[in-house]
Design a protein around this ligand. Structure first.
Ligand code: AP5
Ligand code: ZN
Length: 217
């Protein structure tokens, strides 16, 4: 199964992707996580990506597409994947279509997470992420760790992402509306979009997403 997850920053894409990927037995591929892993390893790609991410802008398509392609070609992704944060504009969506077409593959669904803007701002403001593993995500109010500042899963230190400052979040939301939202219409034209509300408890959103996906794939 090949699924694209789309939604504004802080919608809960990473949170949901972890459960959905497990339920569907496909790898969770997050371009944001791949960039953050490069930043912590201090690679050239990480240094380049950081300058764009800290400003709330998109990393240039050329490097993003190459990185996503490389990840999608890993052996664990041959039977499917859940893309989170990619594609993020129409040219990335076109590049993904070309890549899939050249392999005789296609997407099965685009899951669109809908959340009002005031809620995403609250979710981002309280988010804390593990230094060891960016999939370990907490929230000071909605999902507090047992011990403040410490990851429940691996004991790693929890920190606030550099791009979660109020000013950068505002920019990321603007970029989402202008550059990413148009991919929803792009995929609507292909009949692939399933929209669900991402409000409510994490497990309720997962159940809603599984139900919606069952109906289309
Ligand atoms: P990326 O890492 O993809 O960030 P994003 O899209 O802005 O999404 P977030 O990670 O902020 O949020 P999320 O939806 O995953 O929410 P989460 O589950 O953490 O990208 C970062 C940057 O990288 C971009 O700005 C760009 O520069 C670059 N980049 C990445 N991909 C790119 C691409 N393709 N092209 C170019 N540049 C690219 O949840 C948020 C919080 O809410 C958490 O604290 C969580 O615990 C809490 N929460 C989740 N669900 C619920 C719920 N149901 N109720 C209450 N709280 C909840
Ligand atoms: Zn951890």
């Amino acid at each position: 199964m090949r699924i694209v997850l789309v939604g504004p920053p802080g919608a809960g894409k990473g949170t949901q992707a972890a459960f959905l990927a497990k339920n569907l037995s496909i790898p969770h591929i997050s371009t944001g996580d791949l960039f953050r892993a490069n930043i912590s390893r201090q690679t050239e790609l990480g240094k380049l990506a950081k300058s764009y991410m800290d400003a709330g802008n998109l990393v240039p398509d050329e490097v993003t597409i190459a990185m996503a392609k490389d990840r999608m070609e890993q052996p664990d992704a041959v039977n499917g994947f859940l893309l989170d944060g990619f594609p993020r504009n129409v040219s990335q969506a076109e590049a993904l279509d070309e890549l899939l077409e050249s392999e005789g593959m296609q997407l099965d669904a685009v899951l669109d997470l809908e959340v009002p803007e005031d809620e995403v701002v609250k979710r981002i403001a309280g988010r804390r992420v593990c230094r060891n593993e960016s999939a370990h995500v907490f929230h000071v109010t909605y999902k507090p760790p047992a011990k403040e500042g410490v990851c429940d899963v691996c004991g790693g230190e929890l920190y606030q992402r550099d791009d979660d400052s109020e000013e950068t979040v505002r920019k990321r939301l603007e970029v989402y509306h202008t550059q990413t939202e148009p991919i929803i219409d792009y995929y609507k034209a292909q009949g692939l979009v399933v929209t669900i509300s991402a409000l409510g408890k994490v497990e309720d959103v997962t159940a809603r997403a599984m139900e919606a996906l069952k109906r289309v794939v």
